[in-house]
Write a protein that binds this ligand. Structure first.
Ligand code: BG6
Length: 511
């Protein structure tokens, strides 16, 4: 991660080029590859961040030749590139791109892959360094790792590395995540496994570490003494699109909470690490998850809210109910919204509630972390109309706008003392311009340079599942009877407001 930071002066620290290597994408004919991975690799190539000794191999079941695959990618990149595609850069990339057709369960596939990789070593100088990206459904993760092991493709030696990137979802509960960790580490060492969470590829999410630990003025107030509560919102206005069959099995809790929302929680609540080494940062993050109080079954009904959208309107567009989406059961009890009240039981955060919410078909796409500070202890303005002061609020805007804002009280001009809330706002694009990116560039690059800071370690994934598994169990035992309980275009069911209202609080109004 450090390689992509800029220094404080005008000069940009030039990141070094990644190691010579071949990137192998399992699921090479899939959606993620064309929408994110190939555009990200191209951005890295255009930014001079890939090694000149680079190759890419896509593996998939579709019976295509390398030429057909290259033609298809050349079409797709026109739709999915995040900026201008320089013809020379594309030609360079395309010449290094090959395709292996085959079933992921068939050992023959791996022999063909091995031959393609050895060819890449000879023709492009990739030196036996291989990065395997498992962009496949999770049911293939173990199988692919095992077959790679059997084909001798994951053994490292002193002069060559082998790494595996695993996409989410990593398990569907604590037990399956443990089993997957066990299966993977029976084939490769933990240091070779890079579990991806694409939220950690977002600039503003990475900036949280810099914001908190490169500045002296925020840390002293970043604790239970000054913070009243924290709200983490990841709102989407899209529905489930074509992913009904996956989503029916997952639901909002599994899909978003133990991964993306818990990453945001961990970065917000963690202690300063002793360095920015991967394990130093990850040690502090995992402590937050271990300190997150698992809810007792009787608390689950009062501390969690689930919802499912009915038909409604977003913008001016009428949209169907979840139960009417493709590949969704007409009587589905899958939740598309979740709100939680959690506590991080340590000295810094004891008794400070962390309210988390995420959902589909909410009024707008918006991810943010809002830290609300305690009110000033006393209203000093006697004999004035000031009866109530607004608390200070610090909001980290993650998407779509990226920035940080701080609200505080100011005097409204005039002879009478009146106060009003005003805002200081830092907008990323004002300072640094817009950097077109898919969010996967940093993650791919970091894996190539062996920086695991932004990847989940096995124990972190398990700690996340540990917190949500009891919720999943109680919810399963008590299926919801009131679904759908919010119309598309609303901020979730009314119980979500109730969750905060009974604590004398309210969700921040997001305009
Ligand atoms: C994915 C989930 O991990 O994250 C999706 O599976 C969700 O359901 C997506 O839409 C949200 O990502 P982003 O980057 O659009 O906020």
């Amino acid at each position: 991660m450090e390689a992509l930071l800029t220094d404080n002066g005008d000069s940009e620290q030039r990141a070094r080029r990644a190691d010579a290597c071949a990137v192998v994408i399992f699921g090479g004919a899939g959606d993620l590859t064309k929408r994110k991975l190939v555009p990200a690799l191209l951005n890295l190539a255009q930014g001079q961040l890939l090694s000149p000794s680079f190759a890419a191999v896509a593996v998939s079941r579709e019976p295509l030749t390398t030429d057909e695959y290259r033609r298809r990618m050349a079409e797709d990149i026109r739709k999915h590139a995040t900026g201008a595609v320089h013809p020379d850069a594309w030609r360079w990339f395309e010449e290094r791109l090959s395709y292996v057709a085959g079933d992921f369960k068939d050992p023959q596939t791996y022999l063909r892959l091995k031959a393609a990789l050895e060819k890449g070593d000879r023709e492009h100088g990739t030196r036996g360094n291989y990065l395997f990206y498992l962009a496949t459904p999770p049911s293939f993760f173990t199988e692919i790792a095992r077959e790679l092991g059997a084909a001798g493709l994951v053994q490292e030696t002193e002069d060559r590395w082998r790494r595996i990137i695993i996409e989410k979802p990593f398990g569907r509960d604590l037990e399956s995540a443990r089993a997957l960790n066990r299966d993977l580490t029976s084939v490769v060492d933990e240091s070779q496994v890079f579990r991806i969470d694409h939220y950690l590829g977002k600039e503003t999410v990475q900036n949280l570490l810099v914001f908190r630990f490169a500045n002296g003025i925020f840390e002293p107030v970043w604790n239970r003494r000054y913070v009243d509560h924290v709200e983490i919102t990841v709102a989407e206005c899209l529905g489930v699109e074509q992913r009904g069959s996956y989503y029916e099995e997952a639901g909002a809790l599994r899909d978003m909470v133990p991964n993306h929302l818990f990453q945001l929680l961990a970065l917000t609540a963690m202690e300063p690490p002793i360095s920015f080494e991967a394990d130093a940062v990850r040690d502090e993050k995992v402590k937050v998850l271990h300190a997150t109080r698992p809810l007792a079954p009787e608390d689950i009904l009062t501390h969690t809210v689930r919802g499912q959208y009915g038909e409604g309107t977003i913008g001016n567009e009428a949209v169907p109910a979840y139960r009417a989406e493709p590949l969704v059961s007409p009587s589905s009890t899958t939740e598309t919204f979740v709100a939680l009240k959690l506590f991080v039981d340590n000295w810094r955060w004891a008794d400070v509630p962390f309210y988390l919410r995420t959902g589909k078909r909410l009024p707008k796409r918006c991810s943010e972390i809002a830290v609300q500070f305690k009110r000033a202890p006393l209203i000093l303005f006697r004999n004035t109309p000031v009866e109530r002061l607004q608390p200070n609020l610090l909001v980290v805007h993650i998407q779509p706008d990226e920035g940080i804002s701080l609200s505080f009280e100011a005097k409204v001009p005039g002879p009478v003392v009146r106060t009003g809330s005003v805002k200081m706002h830092f907008d990323y694009s004002d300072y640094f311009g817009a950097t077109p990116s898919t969010g996967y560039e940093t993650l791919l690059y970091d894996c190539m340079i062996n920086d695991a800071t932004l990847f989940q370690r096995g124990d972190m994934v398990e700690a996340g599942w540990c917190v949500v598994t009891s919720m999943l169990d109680v919810w399963k035992a008590l299926p919801p009877r009131n679904f759908p309980n919010y119309p598309a275009g609303a901020w979730g069911p009314k119980e979500a407001n109730e969750l905060m209202r009974k604590d004398g609080r309210a969700w921040r109004q997001i305009e």
